[in-house]
Write a protein that binds this ligand. Structure first.
Ligand SMILES: [Zn+2]
Length: 148
């Protein structure tokens, strides 16, 4: 029964699982979570035949069993609050302060990294150090994950 784990994960999210600390979510929230998890995890590419990872990072490795992978990934979340669904607290819908803080820190870290890259790039290529300097291309498929 290859889909048992995935069915159980979806049921835990829809119905809640108090012993696992999972509060219930709406059908739309679970569908959004499934799509977000699959596409931000580069599921289509990583599960495709002949896929070759860019790096040795776990988030870059091939997905050999999409059902098992999605079942495990669905129940993970970046926010430590189990009642947080994508930055919104269940069931009232108030914004999650932990997520806001994490996003603010993430943005600041990204800006610092972008600034450092521009300084390095400008130092290596002084002819481009001007007001028309373009942002550097980001590297690898992970660079775009987590945005949107
Ligand atoms: Zn949160």
């Amino acid at each position: 029964m290859p889909w048992v784990g995935l069915r159980r994960a979806v049921a835990d999210l829809l119905l809640g699982n108090p012993s696992a600390g999972i509060p219930p979510r709406s059908m739309q929230q679970v569908i959004s979570r499934m799509n977000r998890t699959w596409y931000q995890g580069n599921g289509p590419e990583r599960s495709a035949p002949g896929y070759r990872p860019w790096t040795d990072a776990p988030a870059d490795q091939p997905i050999r069993n999409p059902s098992s992978w999605l079942a495990a990934a669905l129940l993970q979340q970046d926010c430590p609050r189990p009642d947080c669904e994508d930055g919104t607290l269940l069931p009232v819908g108030a914004p999650c302060r932990l997520c806001e803080e994490r996003h603010t820190e993430h943005r600041a870290a990204r800006q610092a990294a972008d600034h450092a890259r521009q300084l390095m790039y400008g130092a290596m290529r002084p002819d481009t150090a001007g007001s028309d300097r373009r942002p550097l291309p980001e590297r690898g498929p992970q660079a775009t994950a987590g945005r949107a």
